[in-house]
Design a binder for this molecule. Structure first.
Ligand SMILES: [Cu+2]
Length: 382
């Protein structure tokens, strides 16, 4: 949508809505977009006592699951990301994102009202080149219960784009930004009470490739940790409402990779062959926990700490991925088998934070050899 159209659409809004929005802006910290619209505030309970710059609603709005489309799988595939750009020069590129609210399963028989970018959690992996000018248009679906907006950590400017992308249900707005610094960055919705929008699933990663690109590898994967604050305790069946008190207490019931429990297991597992070079783009949406990302039985050959592509460290066991941050790790796989991806605050695996990298190929007995026979004999004696 061009600028003229956006402007006209804005002017056509009812004057009462403009007045309401203006009044709200007077009491809002710049860079935060408050939930001023009629779709929202009337649905919330009393204000929660908190001292943040965003909205203070309790977000205990009733959800009728039949009002939203039901998705069979919320998870974004780890193998689904754009190929390396290998572009000689910067360009102007267009990206379209769709804010959509859906019903999907956290685990079998446990469903949730997810808020998403493009119907998956995390949202699409965005890939641009340093120096590119990006025209990002954000549309909010008509039946959304909330307004949404986007803050990309790759953007320099108020709210990382939030200040100009607040979209009410049915609206589209466009942000133009220049990707100035290389790196792997988190993007997320930051409208209203930003933590709530992130906790409900609105996050993803954007890679700004340096002009020379990244070293060639055989596989790249996209893994992103997130948290779900459900009213029912871990494992409670049925539809689960969001619990804002648990969020402010930093007590997630589920800590997940790629949107739900089991997303990177079985059909969703990461696959490679002995000898392959692998790069993982790892993000952490938070909103509370810092991830201690580790792969059981593997050592990272190279880590770009905090996803700064300007520095690298070698031979790393576990890398920290801050809430609202990322990391890039590279390693060669040398031996077949299943390698388990975890947040090494290991009790979190029981809340869902794990996945599998399956490696096929020839065994190298000089690297790893187990004497299973003597173990069996030993067991038989008891
Ligand atoms: Cu949102």
């Amino acid at each position: 949508m061009n600028k003229k159209k956006i402007k006209n659409k804005h002017l056509n809004k009812k004057s009462s809505v403009i007045a309401c929005a203006f009044a709200t802006l007077l009491f809002t910290v710049p860079g935060y977009a408050s939930e001023s619209n009629k779709h929202h505030s009337s649905k919330h309970g009393a204000k929660q006592i908190n001292f943040g710059p965003g909205d203070h609603y309790q977000h205990r709005m009733p959800v009728n699951p039949s009002d939203y489309k039901k998705l069979s799988d919320i998870s974004h595939s780890a193998a689904d990301l754009p190929k390396p750009l290998l572009r000689k020069r910067a360009e102007k590129i267009a990206i379209k994102l769709n804010a959509s609210e859906v019903i999907a399963d956290i685990a079998p028989g446990i469903s949730y009202h997810y808020w998403t970018f493009n119907n998956t959690v995390p949202g699409p992996f965005l890939r641009v080149r340093q120096g590119d000018t990006v025209e990002l248009s954000l549309h909010n679906e008509k039946n959304s219960s909330h307004s949404h907006a986007i803050d990309l950590h790759a953007v320099t400017g108020p709210g990382g784009g939030l200040a100009v992308t607040k979209v009410d249900p049915g609206q589209t707005k466009t942000l133009l930004f220049k990707a100035t610094m290389p790196g792997l960055y988190v993007y997320h919705c930051a409208h209203g009470n930003p933590a709530t929008h992130i906790a409900n699933g609105m996050y993803g990663l954007i890679l700004v490739e340096p002009p020379q690109g990244l070293a060639k590898v055989d596989h790249e994967f996209y893994v992103m940790q997130g948290e779900l604050y459900t009213h029912g305790r871990l494992g409670k069946k049925g539809f689960q409402a969001f619990d804002s008190q648990k969020m402010i207490d930093e007590r997630p019931e589920y800590i997940i990779f790629n949107g739900r429990t089991g997303a990177l297991v079985g059909d969703g597992q990461l696959n490679a062959k002995v000898g392959d070079k692998i790069r993982l783009f790892i993000g952490n949406a938070g909103v509370a926990k810092i991830s201690s990302f580790h792969i059981i039985g593997e050592i990272f050959d190279r880590v770009y700490p905090e996803a700064s592509l300007s520095s690298v460290i070698k031979d790393v066991q576990t890398t920290i991925v801050p809430a609202g941050g990322a990391s890039v790790v590279e390693f060669k796989v040398d031996y077949p088998g299943n390698y388990v991806l975890v947040d090494h605050a290991l009790a979190r695996a029981d809340r869902g934070a794990w996945g599998v990298l399956n490696v096929t190929g020839k065994k190298d007995d000089t690297l790893y050899l187990g004497d299973t026979r003597s173990h069996t004999e030993h067991s038989d004696e008891h």
